[in-house]
Each structure stands twice: as structure tokens, then as C-alpha cells.
Design a protein around this ligand. Structure first.
Ligand SMILES: Cc1ncc(COP(=O)(O)O)c(C=O)c1O
Length: 396
């Protein structure tokens, strides 16, 4: 990770195919585009790769989550349970849909803890967003059966987990709907882009219309299309999809390299007493974008991150101190700061998080993650593994 590390002539070839026609929009202009439909081509590649019945490309992963929630019928008066450790986009998508986000703790999987969902539930709970953090699966079997038993919709935020699987099934295809991000930092990138996956024709049809102003896509003449309901614009361009077409074809190669590089890092770190790896509900399905581990104390984790950066290791995260991935530093959210007044309905049922303490503090405060890249030579991987272990040892 990220996919731009291995850009080559294939991305240029796909982009040039679009530029040769000049049709960079995904709809209409049928004659002028000469049969080139990059968004459709990428959607088909995603469907084939994941086994999902439907795939819809969107402008980004945040849009994919927002459109998924809307198409699942979630809105005013509903509560949606989300984890304390995620990217802020998960929260944003819930408020964008007009619903109330309710936080629940993560456990050593770095993903939602099934027991914590029980505590966060109220009669208004309509859905759970299971976020597959750092390239690997949540305890998705337990989360799915919990949602089934409690008649809750399950949306998988697999924005960080394209390519990852749980017991052979692509993440994002297990819940009622799932979402990917193909932003610039992801293993497969479009620059900006996202996808919604679902097995439900109803969710797909609604999402397909909603993301494009409610157009029903029944007519090649855009002006003659019907509008069953109001929508927005979350379309992606042909140029972004063109890059994705080149990248998705390399996904297996990306996974192979990352898994090998991660194996070397883990093997080296396994010899360091006091280091405990993140628990993986299905290690074989890990996309291996990060190696994540727990130090015995918060201070040791903070010091390990510092020592790693000092040793020249890039892509090191102590998420507890990071402003964008853990609730601790989300002051704007905890203090309910929005750019414009949002519906009082959203805030009415939201607990006061301004001074909230979470059980997951104990876990996330001790966690360190190191990005696994693809462009390194074998020697670079070995020397990084040595630097990583000696930096971590130095603070224990
Ligand atoms: C867990 C998670 N959800 C949602 C998103 C949003 O994706 P995008 O940046 O494509 O909007 C991200 C992006 O990093 C993410 O990590």
C-alpha cells in the first residue's frame, strides 16, 4: 500500500483510451465514446473479483457509505452504531444520511467488539457499520449473526480493506451492503473513488438512482430520464475509473508483495518479548497493508512510535495520538461543531461525548501500526525489519 507505488504504463493506457474520445463522464455520449465505458468496466471487474451481485462506483468511499445508508432506508430518527476507531468518514456518512451515530468500543481485532454493540443499542438502532480497519476483517461472523438476531442492517465499511477476505469471502460482500475506498492512499487507487457492493437489487437500484440526482437511468437521453425520488451527485469520472481499471488488474500482485513483506516484519517482531500482535479473525484473508501490535503500556507505544520514526521508518501510527482515526482527538465531533446547523433530530439522541471515556482507550492507546509498502527491494525489507525490532526493543 498504496497502489501508486506501482503505477506503470497500464494506468496511462487506460487514461489515454478515455482521452482519445474526450468523454470523461460515465453517462451518455454513447456514439462519441466509441464503446469505452471505464466506470462500467471497473464495476464489472469489482463484481468478478468479489463475487458481489452488484457493484456501483461512486466519487469516493465517504460517498459510498452515505449512499449505502440512504439506499438502505436509514435517515431521520434512526441510530447507527459505529466504532470508536475508524476514519471520521464513517461518522460523517451517518450524519449526512440524517441519522445519529452512536459509538461502540473496539477490541483487540481493532474492530467493533460484539459485546459493546449490545451496550450501545437502543430501540432506535437501525444499523451497525462494521469497519474493517487496517486491511483486515472484523469478527464479521459474530457481528453478522448479532445483526441478524436483532434485526439490524449491517453495512461493512471496507474502505481500508479492498482485497481482504473472511473465510474466502470478500470483505464488503458479507453484510447488507459494503463499501470500498480507492482514494490516493489505498492499495488499489483511482486517485479518488469508491464502490458500493450489495446482493440486494433494491439497495442497488436505489443507490444507482440516488447517486445521480435520482435519474432512473432508463433512457440514453439524460433529459428524458424519470426521477422516482430526489438524489444528489456522487458520480465518479471516467478518468478516475480508468486508473482503477489498471490498478485492480494488479491487485493479486499487490497482495502477494504486501503479505510477504508483512511476514518478514512479523517474524522479526515476534522475537521481541512484550509485543502482542493485533488479533486477526482470519489471518489468511489479511490484505497485509499494516503490521499492528500492542505494547505493554501507552507510554511504551508512544515511545515506540517515536523511536521507529527516529530510525527512519515511515508510515508509523500511534492512533491514540492521531487526529483522524480515533475518537480521543475528535474535538469537533465531541463538541458538535458543524459548519451549518444540522437537524436537531440527529443530535437529540446522541450521547454527550465531550468527556466520554471508552474501554477501547486501553487498547488503542497501546497500539502501533506500521504501513507495509510494495516498492521496497528484498534488502530494504530485511533492513527495515531489523530497524523496526531494534527501535521497539529500545523502549521496552
Ligand atoms: C475506514 C474508512 N472509511 C471511510 C473512508 C473514506 O474514504 P474516502 O477517502 O474515499 O472518502 C476511509 C478513507 O480512508 C476509511 O479509512
Amino acid at each position: 500500500m498504496p497502489g501508486y507505488e506501482l503505477f506503470d504504463d497500464e494506468e496511462k493506457r487506460h487514461v489515454n483510451e478515455v482521452m482519445e474520445t474526450g468523454v470523461i463522464t460515465p453517462y451518455g455520449f454513447t456514439a462519441a465514446r466509441k464503446g469505452r465505458w471505464k466506470v462500467r468496466e471497473l464495476e464489472e471487474a469489482i463484481r468478478l473479483r468479489t463475487g458481489s451481485k452488484y457493484a456501483l462506483m461512486l466519487s469516493d468511499g465517504t460517498a459510498a457509505l452515505t449512499v449505502a445508508l440512504a439506499a438502505m432506508g436509514i435517515g431521520a430518527g434512526d441510530e447507527v452504531i459505529i466504532p470508536t476507531f475508524t476514519f471520521v468518514a464513517t461518522f460523517e456518512s451517518v450524519t449526512a444520511a440524517g441519522a445519529t451515530p452512536i459509538f461502540a468500543d473496539v477490541d483487540k481485532t481493532l474492530c467493533l467488539c460484539p459485546d459493546s454493540i449490545k451496550e450501545a443499542m437502543t430501540p432506535r438502532t437501525k444499523a451497525v457499520i462494521a469497519v474493517h480497519m487496517c486491511g483486515a476483517s472484523a469478527a464479521i461472523d459474530e457481528l453478522s449473526s448479532f445483526c441478524r438476531d436483532n434485526r439490524l442492517l449491517l453495512l461493512e465499511d471496507a474502505c481500508q480493506a479492498f482485497g481482504a477476505t473472511f473465510k474466502g469471502q470478500a470483505l464488503g460482500t458479507i453484510g447488507d451492503a459494503g463499501c470500498y475506498s480507492f482514494d490516493f492512499n489505498k492499495m488499489v487507487t483511482c486517485g479518488e473513488g469508491g464502490a458500493l457492493l450489495t446482493g440486494s437489487e433494491d439497495i442497488y437500484r436505489k443507490a444507482d438512482m440516488y447517486h445521480d440526482h435520482g435519474h432512473d437511468h432508463s433512457n440514453e437521453d439524460r433529459g428524458a430520464e424519470g426521477h422516482p425520488f430526489a438524489g444528489y451527485n456522487y458520480r465518479v469520472s471516467e478518468l478516475h475509473a480508468a486508473i482503477g481499471c489498471a490498478q485492480i488488474a494488479k491487485a493479486d500482485r499487490f497482495l502477494k508483495i504486501q503479505r510477504e513483506n508483512k511476514r518478514v516484519f512479523k517474524e522479526a517482531l515476534a522475537g521481541v518479548p512484550g509485543v502482542e500482535f493485533r488479533s486477526l479473525p482470519d489471518p489468511d484473508g489479511d490484505a497485509a497493508t499494516f503490521v499492528s501490535f500492542f505494547m505493554p503500556t501507552e507510554d511504551q507505544a508512544r515511545n515506540a512510535a517515536k523511536a521507529l520514526r527516529g530510525a527512519g521508518i515511515d508510515g508509523v501510527f500511534h492512533w491514540y495520538d492521531n487526529n483522524w482515526h480515533y475518537i480521543r482527538n475528535w474535538d469537533h465531533i465531541k463538541n458538535r461543531r458543524f459548519v451549518n446547523p444540522i437537524s436537531s433530530d440527529i443530535l437529540k439522541n446522541m450521547p454527550d461525548y465531550s468527556k466520554a471515556q471508552f474501554k477501547s482507550d486501553e487498547i488503542v492507546s497501546r497500539c502501533v501500526s506500521i504501513t507495509v509498502k510494495m516498492g521496497w527491494s528484498k534488502d530494504e525489507v530485511t533492513s527495515r525489519a531489523e530497524k523496526i525490532t531494534s527501535a521497539v526493543r529500545s523502549v521496552l
